[in-house]
Design a protein around this ligand. Structure first.
Ligand SMILES: *Cc1c(COP(=O)(O)O)cnc(C)c1O
Length: 397
């Protein structure tokens, strides 16, 4: 019998937080922690950011929810802002990353049916993560997420990540493909960064075959990689881009943006969400977008990522316990030569919040974009020392 009536779907660390400010969280015993995970890439502006707090409180006292049966001016303003930033033409709002991806998957299937393809297929990648709903876990390239939930949703074709030739082989053999769904950087897989021109090549293949290029920017979006959206490093436009996590700074919201022919595929009655894009969530997201832009936080993410990784390389670079230190902006991965899952617990004891992903071998850091230089240095120094001690202990055993 579980100790609480919460369904046991998460292995939680034994700490509960009472409040937060900027990059810091304070537990119920008064201890403080540098939050280098940001609620898994959600609180990009840190905790209790005044612009977000103000927007939420103001909106909550005015109007929280009306449903999508009516015009929602804040939703329209947010859609205009996001489309202008992304180079997209229309947006569907949901409440999470999985819902944003569900919208993209439905859009791609309908696109296929409109082309006369009765069994449309979407190319998805090995080691990808797209969410926990049935369609998105079927799209996810990790058996652990799927096992026990069969039958999976069909219509997904799997390819290795960062392998353009594999996509060309599928193109030559599968006339049912209508889209590619891919993360610009794989987050859950352990911060896997593809070749610089990977997205450009996928764009070309999609153009050749009239497929939709659909980018899952649930984790990479909202400034985290050093551009508002990660594909902006490649100077391409996708047909569809999904985002969520950092968009509401903790207020649940997800968005599926589409351009050109993809922008008008979903029509009244084909998709919906009761809460999606409600006034409260849109007010929060507008405050987030405003702050990211007015404070140049994309650029800041780039600088901070460089500073942090330079620091780790200086302190850990010659350790034979470290396979690679890599980053795209503030998506930072320290790949170990062997599993180091306990590092999340040990770091918590030292007052640092992080997680270990990629099969237990990659220490993942997703710190807030508002981190100061001295907080960045504190993170590097504390964690480097911890990893050195841990590596030495492991070697002795
Ligand atoms: C977290 C994540 C999702 C799922 O988002 P939820 O809000 O948990 O549904 C989907 N795709 C990627 C790339 C993610 O990192």
């Amino acid at each position: 019998m579980a100790a609480t009536p919460i369904m046991n779907t998460y292995n939680r660390l034994s700490v509960a937080f009472d409040h937060g400010a900027g990059a810091w969280l304070y537990d119920t015993d008064g201890n403080k922690y540098l939050d280098a995970l940001s609620g898994i890439a959600v609180c990009g502006l840190g905790h209790s950011h005044p612009a977000v707090t103000h927007a939420i409180s103001e909106q909550a006292s005015r109007l929280i929810h009306t449903s999508n049966l009516y015009t929602i001016p804040l939703q329209e303003r947010l859609a205009e802002r996001l489309c202008a930033i992304a180079g997209m033409d229309s947006v569907f709002f949901g409440n999470s990353g999985a819902e944003a991806n569900e919208a993209a998957i439905k859009l791609a299937r309908r696109f296929g049916h409109q082309k006369g393809i009765d069994n449309p297929a979407i190319i998805v990648m090995e080691n990808s993560f797209h969410g926990r709903t049935l369609a998105t876990l079927s799209a996810t390239g990790n058996r652990a997420v799927q096992v026990g939930f069969e039958p999976l949703v069909s219509g997904f074709v799997r390819a290795p990540y960062d392998d353009v030739d594999a996509i060309r082989t599928i193109a030559a053999n599968n006339p049912n493909v209508v889209a590619i769904l891919v993360e610009p950087v794989q987050g859950e897989a352990g911060i896997r960064i593809p070749a610089d021109n990977y997205l450009n090549q996928l764009r070309d293949i999609c153009d050749e075959h009239e497929w939709l290029l659909m980018l899952d920017e649930v984790q990479t979006g909202n400034g985290r990689t050093g551009k508002y959206f990660a594909y902006q490093h490649n100077a391409i436009l996708p047909d569809v881009v999904t985002t969520a996590k950092g968009l509401g700074n903790g207020v649940p919201i997800g968005a599926c943006l589409a351009a050109g022919k993809a922008a008008t595929i979903l029509s009244p009655g084909t998709h919906g969400s009761t809460y999606g894009g409600n006034p409260l969530a849109c007010a929060a997201a507008l405050a987030v977008v405003d702050t990211i832009q007015s404070e140049n936080l994309c650029q800041r993410a780039e600088q901070l990522g460089q500073r942090i990784c330079d620091g780790f390389r200086a302190q850990l670079g010659d350790s034979d316990y470290i396979r690679e230190i890599r980053n795209k902006g503030l998506m930072i991965g320290i790949e170990l030569t062997e599993a180091g899952t306990e590092l999340a617990v040990l770091a918590k004891v030292k007052g640092i919040l992080l997680n270990v992903t990629g099969g237990g071998r990659v220490v993942r850091l997703l710190p807030p974009l508002i981190l100061s230089d001295s907080e960045a240095d504190l993170l590097v120094n504390t964690l480097s020392k911890l990893i050195q001690i841990y590596a030495a202990d492991e070697r002795e055993i």
